[in-house]
Design a protein around this ligand. Structure first.
Ligand code: PLP
Length: 455
């Protein structure tokens, strides 16, 4: 007897049928293997096999042993003209390719290891761990995070100074409020830098001051007397991709000491360096003046909403007060499961696998594009400088029409003060597409770049 395909199977079946019917998937297109697609979508392999079998029976697909499953040639009346897919929109996972930065390949999330970690954590946790907890996070996780950061990023980490937060964005919003509460009024942020982070800082009542970025990273000479803190991405400037030069690291640390200020070190992708060992944390130069911030968004998935701060002793109480005021606690079960994942070495194993995959993608991207990628070989994104803001807009628009989600320095609000005079570039997130969509995404991007940019 044939077993039911379930909700996921039915929606995959109708998305595929629709994609073939409307011509978004053209005759002859090779579909991903059932094992790879099942892993990407998080469904059982049998579900994908049943869907393929059904669509072969209906004549939408064709399959022959050894040559994979392909889109069948349809009678002329069956196919409608192709409709360009919205980036990130519906229509099946391979009709649009997400090359926006800031995300890992979430289809590679270690579901089995995570499920085991949750089960083990729940079995072992004393009941008191499920009560209202310490606003700094569960001690078991703080110990594990301190050990991990010391080992992987050279952070000087006392578990008492670790504060567990719901991802970097939440940590930044809380820190900005805490800094405002201690009388600070201005926070310097990198220019270009993420607009969302500036918005969070401003929403907490602080004004932002731009710090221009060049080949040596953010420029400390642009700090003004009003600045009480600076938000930096020292290991891999986002988006430019450069490393903060040693003399500038020292200058920011010295400024923080002299001005009673703080540096927030956003170590968003510090685990991913491909050409050498990553530079260690700036925090180790001045643990009393630097907040180290890390997140599981790049290493596991943004949907984890899990991050950690290592705070200078003087900032701990103001920060914990804000966490209590705002009710910004992180779920205990997630904390315990993450502690288990790290303690068992599963987290490191996952990062090692991801590092290999992303390093390969970065190299393939560099080979396919006409200009060299600036910055170091690191992280989950690369910058593709383009001649003008007009070229950038044309590429983002062409990507939208071709179903490829693209970010640009101008289009995505990276500059503090937008002006077409400023450098233009695509910010390409090469980690984001699931395995089966990467080649198609790379080829489409390469074609758009060849069409839009001068040789
Ligand atoms: C520069 C930068 N910092 C931090 C993060 C991580 O933020 P979160 O932990 O809130 O997902 C990102 C993610 O896109 C980022 O691009």
């Amino acid at each position: 007897m044939r077993r039911g395909r379930g909700e996921l199977g039915r929606s995959l079946e109708s998305a595929l049928r629709e994609a073939v019917r409307t011509g978004r998937l053209t005759a002859g297109t090779l579909l991903p293997g059932s094992r790879a697609l099942a892993a990407d979508l998080g469904v059982a392999r049998g579900t994908v096999v049943q869907v393929y079998t059904q669509l072969i029976a209906e004549g939408w697909l064709s399959g022959a042993a050894g040559s994979g499953t392909r889109v069948a040639a349809l009678p002329a009346t069956a196919a409608e003209p192709a409709v360009a897919a919205e980036p990130g929109g519906g229509g099946g996972p391979w009709t649009s390719v997400d090359l926006r930065p800031g995300r890992p390949d979430v289809s590679a999330f270690p579901r089995t290891a995570w499920a085991s970690a949750v089960r083990r954590a729940l079995a072992a946790a004393p009941s008191r761990d499920l009560d209202y907890g310490d606003p700094a996070g569960l001690p078991a996780l703080r110990r594990v995070v301190a050990g991990y950061l010391a080992r992987a990023r050279g952070v000087i980490a006392d578990p008492e100074l670790v504060v567990v937060v719901g991802g970097f964005a939440s940590g930044l919003a809380l820190l900005a409020r805490a800094l405002r509460g201690t009388g600070r009024t201005h926070l310097a942020t990198e220019d270009p830098g993420l607009a969302r982070h500036r918005d969070l800082v401003r929403a907490a009542g602080l004004a932002t001051v731009p710090l221009p970025v060049d080949a040596d990273g953010a420029d400390p000479d642009a700090l003004t007397g009003a600045c009480g803190a600076a938000l930096l991405t020292p290991a891999h400037q986002h988006p430019w991709g450069v490393v903060l030069a040693p003399e500038r690291r020292a200058a920011f640390a010295a400024w923080a000491r002299g001005a009673d200020g703080y540096v927030i070190e956003d170590d968003y992708d510090g685990e991913f360096r491909y050409d050498q060992q990553p530079v260690g944390a700036l925090q180790a130069l001045a643990p009393d003046r630097v907040v180290f911030a890390g997140s599981a968004s790049k290493t596991l998935a943004p949907g984890m909403r899990l991050g950690w701060l290592v705070v200078p002793p003087a900032l701990r109480e103001p920060l914990l007060r804000v966490i209590e005021e705002t009710g910004a606690a992180v779920p205990a079960v997630h904390q315990l499961a993450f502690a288990d994942l790290v303690a068992r070495g599963e987290y490191d194993r996952h990062i090692r696998r991801a590092r290999l995959a992303y390093r390969r993608r970065r190299a393939e991207l560099a080979r396919r594009l006409p200009y060299p990628l600036p910055g170091v070989a690191a992280g989950l994104h690369a910058l593709l400088p383009v001649p003008t803001a007009g070229h950038e807009r044309r590429l983002v628009e062409a990507g939208r029409r071709a179903g490829v989600g693209l970010f640009g320095l101008h289009a995505s609000g990276y500059w503090h003060e937008p002006s077409d005079e400023r450098p233009a570039a695509l910010v390409l997130g090469y980690a984001t597409p699931p395995r089966h969509a990467w080649r198609h995404g790379l080829e489409t991007l390469g074609r758009l770049v060849d069409e839009v940019l001068p040789r």
